[in-house]
Design a protein around this ligand. Structure first.
Ligand code: HEM
Length: 160
């Protein structure tokens, strides 16, 4: 039987189980998923402070201000599932909206206003900053591949 070629998910850490630093005692998580989740959570914090972008996230930010983390946790999970699946993970599925629906305020009331190209550029910069927080820099080929994946979605996210 042929050995399958390594996926981008593998180069992000793959399916090796490690202790989940945020999980209940001793629970484990795939190393690739942990890195993706860590970068995504850091990126959400960068976006929250980025005045170029945070106006679109008013629903999420007002919840967080009131110590309600339900929406944050749902977004963290859906984004992590999305990126994990998109990079080749086999053990997760994405159950959220399509990229077009998720970024259309008429179909997602949590999206405050349509994104334009400069919002998308700001998002990419914030993602690079979120990755750097986790020790992943632009010299890492895996991050370059993730950036290409993100860029391929521009047309679905930018709707004006
Ligand atoms: C390729 C880049 C992007 C990807 C892969 C992505 C992915 C996602 C995903 C998976 C969700 C959750 C959908 C659901 O829960 O059903 C989401 C929600 C959202 N996205 Fe994006 N997104 C991208 C770029 C952007 C940009 C540039 C903006 C800028 C305005 C943006 C704003 C939002 C907002 C406001 C939400 C709702 C957040 C909430 O649940 O409170 N996204 N996105």
């Amino acid at each position: 039987m042929a050995i399958p070629a390594p996926t981008l998910y593998d180069s992000l850490g793959g399916t090796t189980l490690v202790v989940d630093p945020k999980g209940s005692s001793g629970s484990t998580i795939e190393k690739g998923r942990l890195l993706i989740r860590s970068i995504i959570d850091s990126t959400i914090f960068v976006i929250a402070a980025d005045t170029a972008l945070n106006g679109h996230f008013t629903v999420l930010l007002s919840e967080v201000k009131m110590n309600n983390l339900t929406g944050f946790m749902a977004l963290s999970k859906n984004l992590t599932d999305f990126v994990a699946v998109a990079t080749g993970a086999k053990d997760y599925t994405y159950g959220g909206k399509s990229m077009t629906a998720a970024h259309d305020p008429a179909q997602n009331s949590r999206m405050n206003g349509k994104a334009d190209n400069s919002d998308f550029n700001a998002f990419e910069n914030d993602l690079v900053a979120g990755a750097a927080t986790n020790g992943v820099t632009t010299s890492n080929p895996a991050l370059v591949s993730v950036a290409k994946l993100v860029e391929s979605l521009r047309k679905q996210v930018v709707q004006q």
